[in-house]
Ligand binder design. Structure first.
Ligand SMILES: NC(=O)c1ccc[n+]([C@@H]2O[C@H](COP(=O)([O-])OP(=O)(O)OC[C@H]3O[C@@H](n4cnc5c(N)ncnc54)[C@H](OP(=O)(O)O)[C@@H]3O)[C@@H](O)[C@H]2O)c1
Length: 237
């Protein structure tokens, strides 16, 4: 079985926040979108919402901290699609905005690294055979943060910030490893966005947070790889 739409995308953490809006905007651009979520009722409801708007959306159960769950998701995906054009590693946690590195809770650091760094590595590894089958070239986007930029880093949210710097390094590593395979790998800072994570005081509505990510995933030249982006511009690490 194959999807009705030729172009196929997968977004992790797509049941709410920026991920759900990325899924919506990709659907609006003619993609069949797989919404990877860890909570089945929330995922079903998010996918039904997009289907109700006339789009082709599916939910996939996936906890990015659980390698078995990622492999199951690949199995479910393979029953509906034979290739993947766009992979967006969006799922992430921020649990330590008030933490102090001198008293760092390493359990929290490990949990954050598992979700924000190891998770994207495993998801890319397991979906790589499908990305390699993309007829027009594939794009992987890792949703990073300005908090991970070393040039401006200070004391904010140490576990989260360290994890996003590491995610940027993951981006460089995969971009290098996949060079010449027609697969671009980039990371992006969405800015401060009104979601559960960003809070209601954030400067950007979720549509504005998702838009540059979707641009990078669909319109940016495939030759652009291994870079850190914000608002369609390359920014410094
Ligand atoms: N909002 C901002 O201002 C901002 C700024 C810079 C970067 N970002 C980045 O943007 C991305 C999305 O953030 P957001 O603001 O939309 O956050 P959010 O509203 O808190 O949503 C986070 C999403 O990640 C999912 N998730 C967390 N752990 C997961 C796991 N183990 N497996 C699968 N899914 C998991 C959540 O699923 P559940 O519903 O199951 O928890 C949820 O769907 C994150 O990577 C974040 O670091 C956000």
């Amino acid at each position: 079985m194959v999807t009705q739409h030729e172009k196929v995308a997968l977004v992790t953490g797509a049941n709410r926040g920026i991920g759900k809006e990325i899924a919506r905007q990709l659907c609006q651009r003619g993609y069949a979108v797989f919404m990877a979520v860890r909570d089945i009722p929330m995922g079903r409801s998010a996918a039904e919402e997009l289907c109700g708007e006339g789009h082709e959306a599916f939910y996939l159960q996936m906890d990015v901290t659980d390698p078995v769950s990622i492999k199951h998701a690949v199995g479910t995906f393979s029953q509906k699609a034979d290739h993947l054009d766009v992979l967006i590693n969006n799922a992430g946690i921020l649990e330590d905005s008030g933490d102090d590195i001198t008293k760092l809770n390493t359990e929290r650091l490990e949990r954050t690294m598992k979700t924000n760094v190891t998770g994207p590595i495993l998801v890319i590894q397991d979906f790589l055979p499908y990305l390699q089958k993309s007829p027009s070239g594939a794009r992987i986007i890792n949703v990073s943060s300005g908090a991970g930029a070393l040039h401006s880093m200070s004391t904010y949210a140490p576990s989260y910030s360290i994890s996003k710097t590491a995610l940027n390094a993951v981006t460089r590593q995969f971009a290098g490893a996949l060079q010449g395979q027609n697969i671009a790998v980039n990371c992006v800072d969405p800015g401060w966005v009104q979601t559960d994570m960003g809070g209601s005081q954030a400067s950007r509505p979720v549509e504005k947070g998702a838009e540059p990510i979707v641009w990078l995933a669909t319109e940016a030249p495939l030759t652009e790889t291994g870079k850190f982006w914000k608002d369609r511009q390359v920014i410094s690490w």
